[in-house]
Design a protein around this ligand. Structure first.
Ligand SMILES: NC(=O)c1ccc[n+]([C@@H]2O[C@H](COP(=O)([O-])OP(=O)(O)OC[C@H]3O[C@@H](n4cnc5c(N)ncnc54)[C@H](OP(=O)(O)O)[C@@H]3O)[C@@H](O)[C@H]2O)c1
Length: 288
């Protein structure tokens, strides 16, 4: 099975490296070529465009930033969709909204291409250690075909139903993550404003259930004020926007999520877009 991989950012570069390590034959491309250098030092081959990747592979994986980026790379100039061999599988691991995944599945079907939405849970470190979780929507037979790929990049793949159900699960996951991080950071800022030492706050919260397991590894960032990027704040804000749009489609009010999204937007305006999303602490504590 020959694999195409498009999108070699923080996540994609590490996912592709794990496929390579497990012996899969890879053809890759990325808007910024230099991000492929490490992979190309191994047996992976470079293609000049998404279309050129598509012509050579049986399964194509995308790990791109936004629905717009996915749409451009799939359907724009030199896009891959029209070039994939009929019967091949496109696995989109990008975080996008479920209705967008369904739209891509419909586009893919017109070319005889199978589509799986397979966004991931886990950030830079789990991506590097092949510990990601995949939330998968699409045909069960295609999931079986792609299982060795999921196993090479992650620790479990959950098949959640038809197209869009993987993206739906991812909307839930990141809604909790974004809103909880913000609530935690506000409370931490409150404690400090009342005169409690940050170290005391974190020491005590860490022996209670109040410090969530996904926030605990961010401690050194809060303490140092250095928010080295694992998950860029701009993409967390994008995911809250996509969750908001998904809720709009269901006529479901999400007042808290929408408020959280706006606070992340303000943090972006304050210059934190490319830092880790935990830099929301710098924003709510008045450091930025
Ligand atoms: N980082 C995390 O912790 C994490 C965890 C789970 C899910 N995700 C999701 O995974 C996806 C990738 O995230 P990331 O953190 O790897 O982001 P990233 O480092 O910013 O990578 C984004 C990728 O998309 C490409 N791209 C963006 N716009 C494009 C366009 N118009 N045309 C072609 N390529 C384009 C970038 O190309 P260039 O290299 O040229 O910029 C890069 O390869 C996002 O949907 C994100 O929400 C991220």
């Amino acid at each position: 099975m020959k694999i195409g991989f498009i999108g070699l950012g923080i996540m994609g570069s590490r996912m592709a490296a794990n496929l390579q390590k497990k012996g899969f034959e890879l053809v890759v491309t990325n808007r910024t070529r230099q991000k492929a250098d490490d992979l190309l030092a191994g047996p992976a081959r470079w293609a000049e465009s998404p279309a050129e990747v598509a012509r050579q592979v049986d399964v194509l994986i995308t790990m791109l930033s936004t629905p717009d980026a996915v749409s451009q790379v799939a359907l724009g100039e030199n896009g891959f969709l029209a070039q994939l061999p009929a019967g091949s599988i496109w696995v989109d691991c990008s975080t996008v909204n479920p209705s967008f995944s369904r739209q891509m599945a419909r586009e893919a079907k017109t070319y005889g291409i199978h589509f799986l939405d397979a966004p991931v849970a886990g950030s830079k470190d789990p991506a590097e250690k092949a510990q990601l979780l995949f939330f998968v929507g699409g045909d069960a037979q295609d999931v079986v075909v792609c299982q060795p790929l999921f196993a090479a990049m992650g620790r479990q793949a959950f098949h959640l139903g038809d197209t869009g159900m993987g993206a739906s699960m991812k909307m839930v996951f990141n809604s909790i993550m974004g809103a909880s991080m913000l609530a935690f950071c506000e409370a931490l800022a409150l404690g400090q404003s009342l005169g409690l030492e940050q170290k005391t706050l974190l020491d005590i919260l860490s022996v209670t259930p109040m410090l969530a397991p996904f926030i605990a590894p961010k401690r050194s960032k809060f303490e140092s004020g250095q928010y080295d990027t694992e998950f860029p704040l701009r993409w967390l804000r994008k995911d809250l926007q996509l969750a908001s749009e998904s809720a709009y489609e269901q006529a479901l009010p999400l007042p808290f999520l929408n408020l959280a999204k706006e606070i992340y937007t303000q943090a972006m305006q304050a210059g934190l877009a490319d830092q880790d999303y935990s830099a929301i602490y710098a924003y709510v504590s008045g450091q930025k």
